[in-house]
Design a protein around this ligand. Structure first.
Ligand code: SF4
Length: 349
């Protein structure tokens, strides 16, 4: 309860003032990936020299103010030390309330299960695993470039939902990335998933738009976007969501409505809070305002693993000036938008 109050207070504070230090860390712990997605080129990178367990421990120790750690990849479960990485943040960030992490479902399910069981022992109040799912069976396998990926995603989702009985703080959702390859296909995907998990509703799907980024997806220039026509599909998904008492329900609804606006206009619907509410660190310790914004402000290896001096350096100042002038790149991703919305509570109710 104390940790929930902590993150709620920080989010509330972000409505009235600049925070100075981000409370959400978006951290790509590895660029290794065994998928072959046509919407992302991370799998083509063969990463070497990524941050070691020891370096990540030091990073967590020096930056113990995160309340929400969003681990991403690549495929996070490809890191053999994933449990140790989570442990490092849990032990150092005393106010850590939320851990979020995607999976492509291609790692050995028993190894994922045993590592999730270890992670759940840490007692982080809320853990959300997003199981990537971009279509019905044939479409998902085609977009992901891996035969059998749909069935593996169903297996991992079922396994995580099974764990929820013992660990109510754990949740699994489907992460659906709308691109030009699956636009108009959400309903068919939903129907196919419902045959396997009849209890699933629209609320169990988190929708994103396929986007291009130089510093993260390594796919700038690729023709993958769903285009403005997808706004109607997004509005339909938004309207089909069931009302719940979870405050995040409002945030997610607002995220989706703004995603439809973003699809229509190609403009960020709301000014970003990069480097204030959130920050992105890649597998080598490079620090960026967001996963979409290729403006490196430094590397934690050169700063003794302490983000604070980097957040106050000349490059960070330039980023803030760009934001103030409304010149940040167009972006609306789930990694950054939730913090933006939590800083605009008046618009949610
Ligand atoms: S979208 Fe995810 S699973 Fe697909 S290549 Fe990129 S990192 Fe890998």
């Amino acid at each position: 309860m104390r940790k929930l109050a902590g993150i709620a207070l920080t989010a509330l504070k972000s409505n009235f003032t600049k925070l100075g230090r981000p409370y959400k860390l978006n951290f790509a712990i590895t660029y290794s990936c065994q998928s072959k997605c046509i919407t992302c080129n991370i799998w083509k990178i063969r990463p070497t020299g990524e941050l070691t367990t020891e370096e990540i421990r030091e990073f967590a120790k020096k930056n113990n103010y995160f309340k929400w750690v969003g681990i991403t990849g690549g495929e996070p479960f490809l890191r053999g030390d994933i449990v140790e990485i989570v442990r490092a943040f849990r032990e150092n960030c005393k106010g850590l309330y939320m851990l979020t992490m995607p999976t492509n479902s291609l790692c050995n399910p028993s190894s994922v299960e045993s590592r999730m069981l270890q992670i759940m022992q840490f007692g982080i109040p809320r853990v959300v695993i997003t199981v990537s799912l971009d279509g019905y069976r044939e479409l998902h396998d085609k977009i992901r470039g891996v035969t059998g990926n749909f069935d593996r995603a169903m297996h991992i989702y079922g396994m995580l939902k099974g764990m929820k009985k013992e660990y109510p703080g754990l949740d699994a959702v489907f992460g659906y990335t709308l691109s030009k390859f699956n636009k108009g296909q959400f309903e068919q995907t939903y129907v196919e998933v419902k045959k396997i998990f009849p209890e699933v509703t629209y609320n169990d799907f988190h929708i994103n738009l396929a986007q291009t980024s130089e510093n993260y997806y390594a796919n700038s220039g690729d023709d993958i976007r769903a285009g403005s026509g997808v706004a109607a599909e997004l509005q339909k998904i938004s309207a089909g969501r069931r009302r719940t008492l979870d405050p995040m329900y409002l945030v997610e609804n607002s995220f989706l409505k703004n995603l439809a606006k973003f699809a229509e206009t190609g403009e960020s619907p709301i000014r970003c809070r990069s480097l204030d509410a959130s920050v992105f660190v890649d597998g080598w310790g490079n620090v960026y305002p967001s996963i979409m914004w290729n403006h490196k402000i430094g590397n934690i290896r050169d700063a003794g693993y302490d983000l604070v001096p980097l957040l106050g350096n000349g490059e960070a100042r330039k980023v803030r000036e760009e934001i103030l002038a409304g010149r940040e790149p167009a972006q609306w991703t789930s990694c950054e938008s939730y913090q933006i919305l939590l800083g605009r509570i008046k618009d949610l109710v």
